[in-house]
Design a protein around this ligand. Structure first.
Ligand SMILES: *Cc1c(COP(=O)(O)O)cnc(C)c1O
Length: 384
């Protein structure tokens, strides 16, 4: 990987040491140009007219995103963020009283809120599958729960937002397929940093965001829904793009675009397509190799510092590195780093799903392939 060229292609690299890629990564120039170029075109000739002129580029979004994650273009929906993408799939599932929803301890809190709401409204039951010894979902426990029957959905984070671990998504997928259970994967923190292939993983639905490791614009995301199950999922909201109005009735679109809305951030769609193309051109395997090795370097350096504790669990780990320094508040560390031009973030227990007290508030440094060993040294030098 030609890191110098990739940094030259990233305007933000000249401004900051950006180690908050799990929050929002720095976009590369082609993403920036796709967004600003389209905004300028809309301002110059009109929004509808700009969309007409760029119709084929806008349509190409579906192929670009599908190509990145091993899906077919008709299985992809463009959604304003990952939470709404996830919601559109989750709330489309026709839960019945007693249906079991299996999830994990580190579930994203927005998802946990949705489970609770559906449990109250539909009588579904939410159950947290215990962690295995390395902090990822216990496959033995999952086997036992699936064997009991009554499971409607298995739903988990591929990579949680507050920990470096990577859940064994494909092993979960094999089990869901064996039991004929729906499988929803929140891949917000994995798409763009790890090679993610929906067929290999075997998920039925998968959500992701634009702004994190994918390096796309904020306010963009996408949803994958396996072609064979689209017809069984009626989204909670339908508009005149998601469905065809034939007075006095309607017909939902036959493809994943039934989860979309007509009005959208078109410049963002073009930007997200550019981000998917950019990642695919570099190669997700290459990206994963560089990101995970930089993260391993950072963890090694942090572990060697007296008083510093690396909190990441998991046998297979991602580019997210979480740690604490004895006697120093994570927020103070974040602010001290910011004053030196280094961006990191703080994970709060409120985002730790069903085990808020399992890990303390921590500093989160999330690396991308455009980061360098020198930047890691700069962070280490800024720590108390
Ligand atoms: C960031 C995040 C989300 C939400 O993504 P948005 O694009 O902000 O809606 C969902 N799940 C996980 C695991 C995340 O880290």
């Amino acid at each position: 990987m030609d890191v110098a060229r990739l940094r030259a292609d990233t305007p933000g690299c000249a401004e900051v040491t950006h180690l908050n890629n799990a929050g929002a990564a720095l976009p590369p120039r082609p993403v920036l140009e796709a967004v600003t170029g389209h905004l300028a075109l809309e301002a110059a000739i009109g929004g509808y007219e700009a969309a007409e002129r760029e119709a084929s580029a806008i349509e190409r979004f579906y192929g670009a995103v599908a190509g990145l994650v091993g899906a077919r273009p008709d299985e992809i929906a463009y959604v304003e963020n990952a939470t709404r993408a996830w919601d559109m799939a989750f709330y489309a599932i026709p839960f019945a009283p007693g249906d079991r929803i299996l999830t994990t301890s580190g579930e994203y809190s927005s998802n946990a809120i949705a489970y609770r709401q559906v449990a109250a409204a539909k009588g579904a039951r939410v159950e947290v599958v215990p962690d295995g010894p390395d902090g990822t979902i216990s496959l033995e426990a999952l086997d036992a729960e699936l064997a009991k029957g009554g499971v409607r959905l298995v739903s988990l984070n591929h990579v949680p937002t507050h920990n470096g671990l990577v859940n064994p998504a494909a092993e979960v997928g094999r089990r869901c397929a064996e039991h004929g259970v729906l499988y929803l994967l929140d891949a917000c923190q994995s798409v763009g940093q790890l090679a993610v292939d929906v067929r290999e993983i075997g998920c039925d639905m998968m959500s992701a965001t634009g702004r994190k490791f994918l390096r796309g614009p904020r306010g963009t995301g996408f949803l994958y829904v396996r072609r064979e199950i689209v017809a069984a999922l009626e989204p909670p909201f339908l508009d005149l793009r998601a469905a065809e109005w034939r007075a006095p009735d309607y017909e939902p679109r036959p493809d994943a675009r039934r989860f979309e809305t007509w009005e959208r951030f078109t410049a963002g769609q073009l930007g997200l397509a550019a981000a998917a193309d950019y990642a695919s051109a570099l190669g997700m395997d290459e990206i994963e190799k560089r990101v995970t090795s930089l993260a391993a370097t950072l963890r090694g350096e942090l572990s060697a510092r007296p008083g510093t504790s690396v909190l990441d669990r998991g046998t297979h780990r991602s580019g997210i590195v979480t740690f604490t320094v004895d006697g120093h508040e994570p927020e103070a560390i974040k602010q001290a780093a910011r004053e030196r031009g280094i961006n990191v973030n703080v994970t709060s227990p409120a985002a730790h799903g069903y085990a808020p007290d399992a890990v303390p508030e921590a500093v989160r440094a999330s690396v991308h392939y455009y980061n360098t060993e020198e930047e890691i040294d700069r962070l280490l030098a800024a720590l108390p």
